[in-house]
Ligand binder design. Structure first.
Ligand SMILES: Nc1ncnc2c1ncn2[C@@H]1O[C@H](COP(=O)(O)OP(=O)(O)OP(=O)(O)O)[C@@H](O)[C@H]1O
Length: 692
């Protein structure tokens, strides 16, 4: 109950302001806002400032209607409201969430003060709009769409002049108010400053809820989550930007709308209007290291941010095929999942066109091509495009693990199936990929004895783990890959013919890098990815270096390209990557190949220093090959011998070279000449390709 004297003083202050007799507080922008609100309350809403009745409460039926209208939002907001309530409870603040009409749809009381708050009108259903209450935290926030602290005598109605209310708006994607979050206390110190911390807490929680709802509202689009510090990205969204398959900006959270998307009064339409790269580049960077923040630079300001890309929530395959294909350049017509692979090479393009047709037909796929041509990347793209995308993609490289282990790796085993088995058994790769895709790399290295067991899995859709008696049903899409000539292995009796036909539902030959027509685009793309990963976006490839990279024959294909570029980017000091920054085998070879390229005399690169001991380098080599020349019979035999020995030794080069009576350097040189590259390009002391 307010005393008559207090009410009279309050009304006197209000009238002084409203009737323009001034007040010292008016110099402050906050008090200017309060004054404007007081004027609205009196002149527009015709509210009596002396009124001391409790606020209006809507009926239970009306409250249900108010809640129903924002049911989903309330579900998302609940966590934020709860957290604020828990934080402020010890200080005797109640927390409320109102809708855009100012009606309290969610209310958290202070248990030991519940009656007092209720008597003053704090409860579910109370309407705190400015039209009803005059100046108050919620009402003035809704009108100004700004966080507002209305402290004690700043309220308009005398009934509310003991309260302190910190309120913050929660806006939708079009800046329309959805709700207001508010924390109020019945009693507080006189000084307004005593409330600034609570005010800050309310603003932060309102932002948290608004961002969570923006994430939800934009879930069916591509979204970029952006932040200033990579390490903060997983826990806090600074900016959120959504875009469509064309790279056109759909919207974003409030900070992104105000600070990024609209700059100097102009609204960016596409991602490339905003960043120094295209949507295509962003897709590629994100694909290279899923879930890891990658750097992006703002076009207008040069400011660097970190980004994480999130794919749209699952769309039906029909929607995916109808959705306009992404991006601007060569790959504009490639379907989702394949865009980073198809950069303009006609063979890759036709592979992609065919792959999308079989992706959802459960037709086994066989991928052929030299090592490092991107067979696994292609297999993943098929999986990502297919309806199985949300299920596991499980890969097994049959050449990379000893024969004796393939069986348990693939089929799994029950507890105690063999000596050394883990006591709880293990789910093999086949069962791990149940519902998804099993990628069998280097299928030509699958031991004959296991080929028949694999055939049974494919034919009968069930697997019997080692030591188990009963088969377990399994549903998987098998994609296999090999760089070997499988029909030849079939002829030699090393690969089962029936398994070959079972696996070969649709086959795709991935071209070697040296024959790809989009070699330049691939080099640029890998360069961008590697630079982004190192945070060295300023690095560029000099044109003469590019020519030499284009002329090199890349026996290890895209894998070798990626490693070479990664190495060069790490070595280069300035802004340019030059040929001397690349690994030795590339410098030597590129130098000789580049001689054929027409180059202005002054741009001739310096001859690369020979890397091999003179005696070895000078020795006549029966396997000396010119660019693109097929391997002759002698070379093929030596290649097979080296490959067999490498596999026996699990690709340990030093050991293999020793067994074959060659120095390590000679062995490396022959590997390069004979286009042998390890299935997994190992790093470290025994790396199969030495740099330097
Ligand atoms: N289109 C592409 N664009 C960029 N990078 C690619 C592309 N295709 C493959 N890569 C990269 O090349 C490397 C080798 O790719 P992947 O493992 O798919 O080749 P592979 O043919 O399966 O090799 P292997 O036969 O030795 O198993 C990986 O680092 C991959 O990221």
């Amino acid at each position: 109950m307010r005393h008559g004297r207090e009410i009279a003083d309050h009304v006197g202050r209000v009238m002084n302001i409203v009737e323009g007799r001034g007040h010292p507080l008016l110099s402050d922008p906050h008090h200017e806002r309060v004054a404007r609100s007081w004027k609205r309350s009196l002149n527009k809403h015709s509210i009596d400032p002396s009124l001391s009745s409790v606020p209006k409460v809507v009926t239970a039926y009306e409250l249900r209607e108010h809640r129903d209208r924002i049911e989903t939002f309330m579900r998302i907001a609940r966590e934020g409201v709860e957290r604020l309530h828990n934080e402020l409870l010890p200080a005797n603040y109640c927390v409320l969430l109102t809708d855009a009409a100012g009606v309290t749809v969610d209310y958290r009381a202070v248990p030991h003060l519940e009656r007092e708050f209720k008597d003053e009108g704090f409860r579910a259903g109370t309407c705190w709009s400015e039209e009803s209450e005059g100046t108050c935290g919620v009402g003035t926030t809704l009108i100004d769409r700004q966080p507002t602290l209305i402290h004690r005598g700043e309220h308009f109605r005398s009934h509310n002049t003991q309260f302190t209310c910190s309120s913050a708006p929660i806006l939708g994607l079009q800046d329309e108010p959805i709700a207001v979050l508010d924390a109020s206390a019945l009693f507080s110190p006189d000084a307004r400053e005593s409330q600034l911390l609570v005010f800050r807490m309310v603003c932060d929680k309102a932002r948290l809820i608004e961002d969570a709802y923006a994430h939800y509202s934009l879930r069916n689009h591509w979204t970029l989550q952006l932040g200033q510090v990579a390490e903060f990205m997983p826990v806090e969204t600074d900016y959120l930007i959504a875009f469509d398959d064309d790279g056109r900006i759909i919207g974003g959270n409030r900070r992104a709308r105000n600070e990024l998307i609209t700059h100097n009064g102009r609204r960016a339409e596409f991602l490339h209007d905003l960043f120094e790269c295209s949507a295509n580049d962003i897709m590629v960077s994100a694909h290279a290291s899923p879930g890891t923040p990658f750097p992006l630079r703002m076009l207008a300001t040069g400011r660097r941010l970190f980004a994480v890309l999130r794919a749209p929530n699952a769309r039906s395959p029909a929607q995916v095929t109808q959705s306009k294909p992404v991006l601007t350049e060569e790959n504009a017509t490639a379907p989702r999942g394949f865009r980073h692979l198809a950069l303009g090479d006609p063979r890759v393009k036709s592979n992609v066109q065919c792959a999308v047709k079989v992706a959802n037909r459960d037709i086994p796929v066989m991928l052929l091509g030299e090592t490092g041509t991107g067979k696994e990347a292609f297999a993943r793209a098929i999986h990502d495009y297919s309806e199985r995308a949300k299920q596991p993609f499980v890969a097994l490289n049959c050449a990379a693990i000893p024969e004796s282990l393939i069986e348990s790796e693939l089929f799994g085993y029950r507890d105690g199936a063999f000596t050394g088995a883990r006591s709880k058994g293990a789910k093999g790769k086949i069962l791990q990929s149940d519902g998804g895709t099993l990628f069998l790399d280097e299928i030509g290295d699958m031991p004959l004895s296991l080929q028949s067991r694999l055939l049974r899995v494919l034919a009968e859709g069930e697997v019997v783990p080692l030591g188990a008696e009963q088969p377990t049903p399994v549903n998987l899409h098998v994609i296999c890959a090999t760089h070997q000539d499988l029909p030849e292995l079939v002829r030699q009796g090393r690969f089962r013919e029936d398994l070959f036909y079972r696996l070969n539902g649709a086959s795709f030959m991935l071209p070697p890098l040296r024959n790809r027509e989009d070699k330049r685009e691939l080099i640029q793309l890998v360069m961008r990815e590697e630079c982004a990963a190192m945070g060295r976006e300023e690095l560029r490839i000099a044109e003469d270096t590019m020519n030499r990279l284009l002329a090199y024959d890349w026996p290890g294909n895209i894998r070798q390209l990626r490693h070479a570029i990664r190495y060069a980017c790490a070595i280069a000091d300035g802004n340019q990557v030059a040929i001397e920054h690349f690994p030795q085998e590339l410098r030597g070879s590129a130098a000789s190949q580049a001689r054929a390229l027409p180059q202005p005399a002054q741009q001739q690169p310096p001859a690369a220093a020979p890397s091999l001991p003179r005696s070895v380098a000078a020795a006549p080599d029966p396997c000396e090959l010119r660019d693109g020349e097929p391997l002759n019979e002698a070379c093929l035999q030596l290649r097979q011998k080296m490959l067999d020995a490498l596999r026996r030794n699990h690709w340990r080069v030093t050991e293999t070279a020793r067994q074959l009576g060659m120095s390590r350097a000679t062995f490396y040189r022959k590997m390069a000449r004979l286009r042998i590259v390890a299935p997994n390009y190992l790093d470290g002391e025994d790396s199969v390709v030495g740099h330097g």
